[in-house]
Each structure stands twice: as structure tokens, then as C-alpha cells.
Design a protein around this ligand. Sequence first.
Ligand SMILES: C[S@@+](CC[C@H](N)C(=O)[O-])C[C@H]1O[C@@H](n2cnc3c(N)ncnc32)[C@H](O)[C@@H]1O
Length: 260
Amino acid sequence: MDRTDGESSGQQRWFADRYAANARFVSDLAEPLIEILAPKKGEFILDLGCGDGALTKLVFDSGATVIGADASFDQVTACKKLGIPSVAMDGHNLAFNEVFDAILTNAALHWMTSPDDVINGMWAALKPGGRLVGEMGGAGNIATIIRALTEALTCRGLQDKIEFPWFFPHEQEYRQRLEARGFIVDYIELIPRPTPLPGELTNWLDTFGEQFLFLVPEKERQGFKKEVAEAVRPDLFEPHGRWVADYVRLRFSATRSAES
Ligand SMILES: C[S@@+](CC[C@H](N)C(=O)[O-])C[C@H]1O[C@@H](n2cnc3c(N)ncnc32)[C@H](O)[C@@H]1O
């Protein structure tokens, strides 16, 4: 795939090889969700925002029937290579009607900035009594990185061009949205989870921060990334030599009521 494709849109892009190299920790750290989900043989489960399918595979291996849905064709292709049926689909426009026993979603919902559209689609996709188990960025997630990105763009007079790509809700806000749609919220918790990165902070910016990077002319981007990394170094670089991002996760489990 030509890596310059899509840059003109200014939107974040997802490449399976870059994701596997820089972001394997995302699915690795989500394994507790599988325990909460407790998938069973015979169940039909959707993994929304499945990425390259590393987490989806754990559901697959449980004996449940699982399909992945993701907006990125490249990620969907990687998921299919694991033998998991997968579809390219925007989570804001889910096209399922009461078919799933459960939905799993990890580290994806915060990329979907119209949350009620997504919640409506998940609710409709579940059978009555179906379970929703998820984790996403929550309030305060990567606040240090966001501050440094915003300051570095402001120094360049680009602050008005920033379109914030994430939705990081508080517990109460997300609970209310789920309940407003008719979900019974069994559990919801904001979990500060400082997260060691596998490499340089600049790699993290390449993988997750394109919507900010694309605001800067290409020839200035390396310098921009280094400037952001230096700005967060006092807070996010540990003395013994690794970057630790200031992640905060919102983990939840909810049920579509059996009567609805
Ligand atoms: C950080 S990755 C998480 C992937 C996977 N769930 C995991 O645990 O590794 C976020 C994923 O959300 C997908 N995504 C972002 N916006 C989306 C949308 N509007 N609809 C569906 N998927 C979306 C991206 O393509 C990407 O694969």
C-alpha cells in the first residue's frame, strides 16, 4: 500500500504492519476483557474495531464464532489472514440486527467521535440479553501527550486547525449514554494505566498521532515529533530508559435487557 495514500485527507490511517510493530501492547494488555466476556462455544460474537485480530483470535480460540469489524481495509485483511471472518465497516454505521450474543471492543470506541451513533448500532446488533464488554480511552487519557502536541502546534500558529480525533469520556458520562439507549451497566471503571511503550515516543506519534502530524509540513515533521518527545520527556521517560505513556482506560460491561 502506498503510504502517501490518504494523507491528503488529514485523517489517521491504520496499517497492520506498523500497528503490529508499535502497538502490540494494545491487544496484549486487553486480555482481562476476555475473562469478563467469557466467550462460550456456540455464541456469535462481534469484535468492533478488531484491528489486526490479535485479540479477536483469543475469542476465536475459545470456540465461539467471532467476526471482526474495522474501518481499515488493511487491518481487516490482517484479521482475515488469521482465519477470522472480518468486514470493513464504520462503527458509526453498524449494519446488524439482533444477531450477536456479545460484542467485544478494545481501544477502538475512542476513535469514534459520535458515540451515540455507535451505541445505537451496538444495541441494535445485540440480541435481547446480549452482552457488551469493552475498553477505551477514558477522561485524562494521554493528557501529557495531548498538551505537548497542542503546544507545539500552537507555536506554529496551527492551533485552529486541530480537529481532536478522540472521545475520552468520564465514567458517569458513558454510563448515562449506555443507559439512555437501554443498556443495563453491570460495571464501569476508569483505570489509570501508565503503559510502557515498545520503542520511541516518536513511533507512538507515527502510529496514533497522524491527525496532528499531518498539520505540519512534511519536511518539518521529524523536528516536530522530536520537539513533542522532548516536551514530555520529564514526565514520560523513566530513568532506566523507557517511555511510559499516561494511558487512562475506561472499562465496562453492559447488557441489552432481555425484554427490549
Ligand atoms: C488502537 S486499534 C485497536 C485494535 C484492536 N481492537 C486491538 O485491541 O488491538 C483501533 C482500531 O479502531 C479502528 N477504527 C477507528 N475508527 C473506526 C471506526 N469509525 N469504525 C470502525 N473501526 C474504527 C482502527 O482502524 C483500528 O484498527
